[in-house]
Design a protein around this ligand. Structure first.
Ligand code: SAH
Length: 198
């Protein structure tokens, strides 16, 4: 599969409706998700690997990983409605992905790669903490998306947990605001893709 085919496949996935503001369900746009997966694929972290997607939302990363030849792909998501959408998306994309409904903090298993777009922490400060900790625990390589300006927080947390952390890329990320406390229809924020290794 070529990168643009991946992007088209991800674009076709059904997005989440009824997003829950407390869970900061900011979907990763298909072009950014495809680019992140392509980055991981190029580093040998997807094909033939066991991949976990923490906070899988509509399944964009775990489905994309499977489309790129992951051996096993698992999505962990606390919102049951999102799990239903993601399962339907995996079926429509004709890939075999496992979904675990529950909090990332209680996820278990052994994986080669974690990929995630954790809550940015706008609602609950450092809501991404549990995701960083769990990703390092589950996999030796992690691709993780964070708000620009959080580099110091992210890298000191990864180092404190015995890992290494480096910024890979920056993206302009559009958040479509479906939430009543947002006054604008959408907002573009700068985000950083980090790779953690342990
Ligand atoms: N991976 C998807 C969704 C990102 S938004 C994408 O990139 O488009 C973050 C996701 O994490 C949401 O689906 C939200 O419901 C989920 N989430 C938030 N806190 C969680 C927790 N503690 N445990 C599991 N999932 C959580």
């Amino acid at each position: 599969m070529k990168k643009n085919q991946l992007e088209i496949a991800l674009q076709r996935l059904t997005p989440l409706t009824d997003r829950d503001p407390r869970l900061e369900q900011y979907p990763t746009p298909a072009d950014i998700a495809a680019d992140m997966l392509w980055e991981a694929f190029g580093a040998g972290d997807v094909e033939g690997r066991d991949v976990v997607d923490l906070g899988s939302g509509n399944g964009v990363f775990c489905i994309g990983a499977k489309l790129l030849g992951a051996r096993r792909s698992v999505g962990v998501e606390v919102d049951p409605g999102a799990v239903t959408v993601a399962k339907e998306n995996a079926t429509a994309a004709r890939v075999d992905v496992e979904f675990v409904e529950g909090d990332v903090a209680s996820a278990t298993g052994t994986f080669d790669t974690a990929i995630q777009n954790p809550p940015f922490g706008a609602q609950t400060r450092h809501a991404d903490r549990a995701f960083i900790k769990k990703a390092l625990e589950l996999a030796p390589a992690t691709y993780s998306l964070h708000l620009d300006g959080t580099q110091d927080f992210v890298s000191s947390m990864v180092q404190a947990l015995g890992g290494r952390c480096r910024p890979v890329k920056r993206y302009k990320f559009e958040i479509p605001y479906a939430f009543e406390f947002h006054r604008k229809p959408s907002e573009t924020v700068l985000v950083i893709l980090f790779k953690f290794e342990r």
